[in-house]
Design a protein around this ligand. Structure first.
Ligand SMILES: Nc1nc2c(ncn2[C@@H]2O[C@H](COP(=O)(O)OP(=O)(O)OP(=O)(O)O)[C@@H](O)[C@H]2O)c(=O)[nH]1
Length: 308
């Protein structure tokens, strides 16, 4: 309200304006290393870019052979390396308000002096807040793309991955296949054993699918009991083999519930990307193949190309 009154009264504040003008002149004249670093860091939320900036500014003041940073953010390891290290090392565990934001180390053939280490600490004090924000940004972005129950990618992550896959398939002409995998009669499992058992089966299913894949493949939960698997450089014949492997892995699951062991089966639909195709059409073809698998009695795989 104080500000609003000032705006309404429209009273000019020459002394404050003059002070602003002077501080702007100082701000825009050639800044010292710390001010320059602080300014540069404030322009980005990209952790990699920020680490590149501190490496550039630091090496100008304190020569070093390598800088390494490592952290675990949202269940993923983040590693940044610049240069090749020497035997002497200065290592800093970065933390702010009791939270850990990774470990930063500098390496060199010669020992670092006390003054040089103090210099690193000064530069790190400019880095820590922007770096905390960048780490949080990664965690938030990751959470927006992760299914909270199973920890695998969610529908949004799948949509983004499909768009990327379509673009890559167009550019390189390599085959990309999509498997849609849907648990059979899952409603019965929920109705008989309850949602907690149902949730546990979904989590174990995601693990089983993930274990059945190569590291270049990716899995998403895009609906209640629906999973999607994206396979780069994979023909429809090979994708069918993968789908059958996934089905067998899911069939082998046993979950304890009310003194009985619950098992579940899955149906799969496969479609391989066609050049020039819209990704929605690709997804619709995989869905059509899945529908055929359900229609055929479930616990089987159908490939779109084999449908008459
Ligand atoms: N436990 C649990 N159940 C879910 C979740 N999301 C969806 N479901 C349940 O999944 C069931 C899906 O049922 P339907 O779509 O009828 O399919 P279905 O019973 O598997 O039958 P078919 O797919 O035709 O073999 C519904 O009972 C949903 O409530 C979830 O996050 N946890």
């Amino acid at each position: 309200m104080k500000n609003l009154t000032s705006i309404q009264s429209s009273t000019s504040r020459p002394a404050r304006l003059a002070a602003l003008k002077q501080s702007f002149q100082e701000w825009s004249s050639a800044p010292d290393a710390l001010t320059r670093l602080t300014r540069r860091l404030s322009t980005t939320l990209c952790l990699e870019t920020q680490l590149g900036m501190i490496a550039e500014e630091a090496v100008d003041i304190i020569p070093f052979d390598a800088m390494n940073y490592r952290n675990r953010i949202a269940r993923q390891d983040f590693v940044f390396s610049k240069g090749v290290g020497g035997p002497h090392r200065c290592e800093y565990r970065l933390s702010l308000e009791g939270n850990y934001y990774g470990t930063l180390s500098f390496h060199r053939r010669q020992r670092f002096s006390e003054e040089e280490m103090t210099g690193f600490e000064m530069l790190i004090s400019a880095l820590i807040c922007p770096l905390r924000n960048a780490c949080r940004f990664i965690a938030i972005e990751q959470a927006a793309l992760t299914d909270s129950l199973t920890g695998i990618g969610n529908k949004r992550a799948m949509d983004e991955a499909l768009q990327r896959a379509g673009a890559l398939a167009e550019r390189h002409g390599a085959p990309w296949s999509l498997i849609l995998c849907d648990l059979d009669y899952f409603k019965r499992i929920n109705d008989t054993y309850g949602h907690i058992v149902g949730d546990h089966i979904l989590t174990r299913t995601a693990e089983q699918i993930d274990r059945s894949l190569r590291t270049s493949d990716s899995v998403y939960r895009f609906g209640g009991e629906e999973f999607a698997v994206l396979l780069p450089h994979t023909s429809s014949g090979d994708a069918k083999d993968v789908a059958d492997r996934i089905r067998l892995a899911i069939e082998g699951l046993r979950v304890d519930a009310d003194e009985s062991l619950v098992s579940v089966s899955a149906s799969c639909g496969v479609a391989t990307y066609l050049p020039g195709e819209d990704v929605d059409h690709w997804l619709a073809r995989a869905d059509e193949a899945l529908y055929r698998a359900k229609d055929h009695g479930r616990n089987c795989t159908r490939v779109f190309a084999t449908i008459n």
